[in-house]
Write a protein that binds this ligand. Structure first.
Ligand code: TXA
Ligand code: MG
Length: 324
């Protein structure tokens, strides 16, 4: 048996998905970043099913998704004035705020931390689902633990199949990389994961400079585990433009912009326009296509480290760390 898939634009499908969530089931749904695998965040048994479906270690905390910033107080303490400022500027959108949590949130969602990650997704189907379910929805990316995040419903079905009660198909995700995770819990803001909101935009809104917290400083964001977002095929991140290959081999190329490089079995170009925004939207699907070819190696060309380029490089470095 394989997963049931329904069009995310169909109000009947949204109503059914909301009922499933309210009854303790799990639903994969599109967001502007990647597909999420959702459960009622206040229902421990439902959340446990999400971990089971993903084969995810339970020490990795989940992001809680809300229909609007007005629902924040159920799950988090949002009294910090920076919360209102950031919410007004970036929600709905690809920004996750890590805030002090409320007691209603089960330990399984936060993996026992005294903080919770929350965001308001910017996608009509995600919004409709959250509004109809009337519960906060804990949702990690809808992939097997450690693998590349899904940006289409087909990606979800391939990996999670009938472990999910319903998959809402909203087409390809617009942003294509996961949300930026920013911690406001305890003093200076800390960038735990670069993502769909550019660091530069956050810096402007907060009036501070932000460094990406090094792994040692973010033991509490295990989504930052090195070797996350990895393909099964070994991947190496190049230092510059792709070389011509001279020795024969089954090598694929993930190029940032069009390239004359020769000798590759397959080439995926992420951005003919040179924009990291375009590249981010295509990144995970391109990695999955290359990974399906049974290659010996994938070489990846770096992109500029500005805007969404920071998130792309972060994902590629992690993919490259696998087996390194
Ligand atoms: O765009 C996204 O964020 C997607 C969509 C579905 O919303 N979700 C996503 O979830 O990427 P996930 O579980 O794959 O990654 C969540 C990240 C992890 O790095 C996790 O460690 C971090 O958020 N996180 C969640 N709660 C946290 C907390 N209380 N403290 C620190 N990091 C937290
Ligand atoms: Mg993930």
């Amino acid at each position: 048996m394989s997963a049931r898939v329904a069009p995310a634009a169909d109000p009947a499908a949204i109503a059914e998905a909301a009922t499933i969530l309210r009854n303790g089931g799990i639903v994969a749904f599109p967001t502007e970043t990647v597909y999420g695998l959702g459960a009622n965040a206040l229902d421990v048994r439902a959340v446990a099913r999400v971990f089971e479906a993903k084969a995810r270690p339970s020490f990795d905390p989940l992001i809680v998704h809300l229909a609007g910033a007005g629902d924040l107080s159920t799950v988090a303490d949002g009294r910090d004035p920076r919360v209102a400022r950031l919410a007004a500027r970036f929600w709905p959108g690809p920004l996750t705020l890590v805030l002090p949590r409320r007691p209603a949130v089960p330990d399984l969602v936060t993996s026992g931390l005294d903080t919770v990650g929350v965001r308001v997704p910017d996608h009509p189907a995600a919004h409709a689902l959250l509004a109809a379910a009337q519960v906060p929805v804990a949702a990690p990316s809808a992939n097997l633990f450690g693998y590349v995040s899904p940006t289409t419903a087909a990606h979800v079905v391939e990996q999670l199949g009938d472990a999910v009660d319903l998959v809402l198909d909203g087409g390809p995700c617009r942003v294509g990389v996961e949300s930026t995770v920013l911690s406001l819990a305890g003093g200076a803001p800390r960038l735990l994961r670069p993502g769909g909101v550019a660091r530069e935009d956050l810096e402007r809104a907060l009036g501070v400079t932000l460094e990406v917290a090094p792994p040692a400083e973010r033991p509490l964001a295990p989504g930052q585990l090195l070797q996350h977002y990895a393909t099964r095929t070994p991947l190496r991140l190049l230092n510059g433009r792709p070389p011509d290959l001279t020795s024969p081999g089954r090598v694929g190329l993930l190029a940032f912009t069009p390239t004359p490089a020769r000798g590759y079995v397959a080439v995926e170009v992420l951005a003919t326009d040179g924009s990291p925004v375009t590249a981010a939207a295509r990144l995970f699907a391109a990695l999955r296509r290359l990974d399906a070819l049974g290659l010996e190696l994938i070489l990846a060309e770096p992109c500029p480290e500005t805007g969404l380029g920071l998130a792309i490089l972060d994902r590629l470095r992690r993919a490259a760390a696998r087996g390194a």
